[in-house]
Design a protein around this ligand. Structure first.
Ligand SMILES: *Cc1c(COP(=O)(O)O)cnc(C)c1O
Length: 404
């Protein structure tokens, strides 16, 4: 181990709260889809900081926009107007068909806002709707509200009691959903593709059941698109692609391309129920964050990135399926666009260090899944290079691990 790595580790061990089990790599620099560690070793980044660095690293346009904004004005609070929030809200409205945005600083905060706005909607209407329906395998964030609709008992148990009235339904089970949703349901919350849950898309049949249940009971639909939204799947939002019509959408991750920003996107109906003072955030939607997000959306919409993602997505699918066929430990390949999961027949944890050793960054989620969330700007050549390294890593894991 290098002295830089050892020093960084020792300092963190003394002073940083030990909530993350980090891989022993210290990244110090990035360029495009590549990362460089403290020793100057190069890695192909197929994870983009969990779907955040949508434009890759050190993107010249984004870097220039942020620097320019920092030299002009970064933050004034929501006590005053600035020119960028309305511009960003308008772009998001055009992308999502939801006309209004509330800005915050993370995915969990976007989910919190959606949950609060759903509650507020029924409060305004004077109807008692104590229940929220969430899905098994869901992940919505670590704050209390978001955690209350997150299913993993390991995340929940130490912090109970959580929000009352949350009921979990198996994903992709239309009958179970129909049975659970009633006139007591304030909202259904679902990820169109469960990300942390192992890259599991909702089926069109399940999406139809959600739409039906909302239609019959008036329950609101919150689509959590923090991971699946903003082009990740080749669509602006995956909810629309599978036929959902959400009243609220949470976004985060890719929105700022690395600058923290989240947003709740809101239907006119729900927006009507919200009053001055109902919710707020000191940082939410400040100039720096909005400027970064405007730059990301410029690339996504004006820069032809959506069509690019569709193209490279089909290429990755083809490559991953070939790779799966060559590796007995890979059971299934799931995903679309630039979000993919390789379901293994065993714990996927050893793949991460094996991949790092080959110079490629991926992660493991839901125990048995290797997840890929490459920067949205990645080219087919870069993908081929990264996947060749992943191929070698899988071969190593197979050789080391023997049969499951
Ligand atoms: C990552 C994620 C969140 C939480 O976002 P944070 O920025 O970590 O708070 C919420 N929902 C989904 C679907 C996510 O993937």
């Amino acid at each position: 181990m290098t002295t830089v790595m050892a020093d960084v580790q020792a300092l963190e061990a003394r002073h940083v709260l030990q909530t993350y089990r980090r891989a022993p790599v210290t990244f110090v620099r990035g360029a495009g889809v590549r990362l460089y560690d403290a020793e100057g070793r190069e890695y192909l980044d197929l994870l983009s900081g969990i779907g955040v660095a949508a434009l890759g690293h050190a993107h010249p346009g984004l870097a220039r926009a942020i620097a320019e904004q920092a030299q002009t004005l970064m933050h004034t609070s929501n006590l005053f107007y600035h020119p960028l929030q309305g511009q960003l809200a308008e772009r998001l409205a055009n992308l999502s068909d939801l006309p209004r945005a509330f800005f915050c600083n993370s995915g969990a905060e976007a989910v919190e806002a959606c949950l609060k706005f759903a509650r507020r909607y029924w409060y305004t209407r004077g109807e008692s709707r104590p229940e929220i329906i969430a899905l098994d395998g869901s992940f919505h964030g670590r704050t209390f509200g978001a955690l209350s609709v997150t299913s993993d008992p390991h995340y929940r148990a130490p912090f109970e009691p959580l929000l009352a009235g949350v009921r979990f339904v198996p994903a992709n089970d239309p009958a179970a959903l129909r049975a659970a949703v009633s006139h007591s349901t304030a909202a259904i919350i679902a990820e169109p593709i469960q990300g942390e849950g192992g890259v599991r898309p909702l089926t069109p049949a399940f999406a139809a059941a959600i739409t039906d249940a909302c239609h019959h009971t008036g329950a609101l639909l919150i689509a959590d698109e923090v991971q699946s939204g903003l082009g990740r799947t080749g669509y602006p939002f995956y909810s629309a692609a599978i036929g959902l019509k959400p009243h609220l959408i949470s976004v985060g991750k890719a929105l700022g391309g690395g600058v923290p920003i989240g947003a709740a996107l809101i239907s006119e109906d729900v927006a009507h129920a919200i009053s001055f003072g109902d919710h707020g955030s000191t940082y939410g939607g400040n100039l720096l964050a909005c400027r970064a997000a405007l730059c990301v959306l410029d690339e996504l919409i004006g820069g032809g990135l959506l069509a690019h993602i569709g193209r490279v997505g089909r290429h990755v699918e083809h490559r991953l399926k070939k790779m799966a066929a060559a590796h007995p430990i890979v059971r299934e390949v799931r995903g679309g666009g630039l979000i993919w999961g390789l379901e293994l027949d065993r714990d996927a944890a050893p793949v991460v260090p094996a991949a790092l050793a080959q110079g490629v960054v991926v992660n493991r989620t839901a125990e048995t899944v290797v997840r890929l969330l490459p920067p949205l700007i990645i080219t087919t050549d870069e993908l081929d290079e990264g996947l060749a390294r992943l191929d070698a890593a899988l071969a190593r894991v197979e050789a080391d691990g023997g049969p499951a």
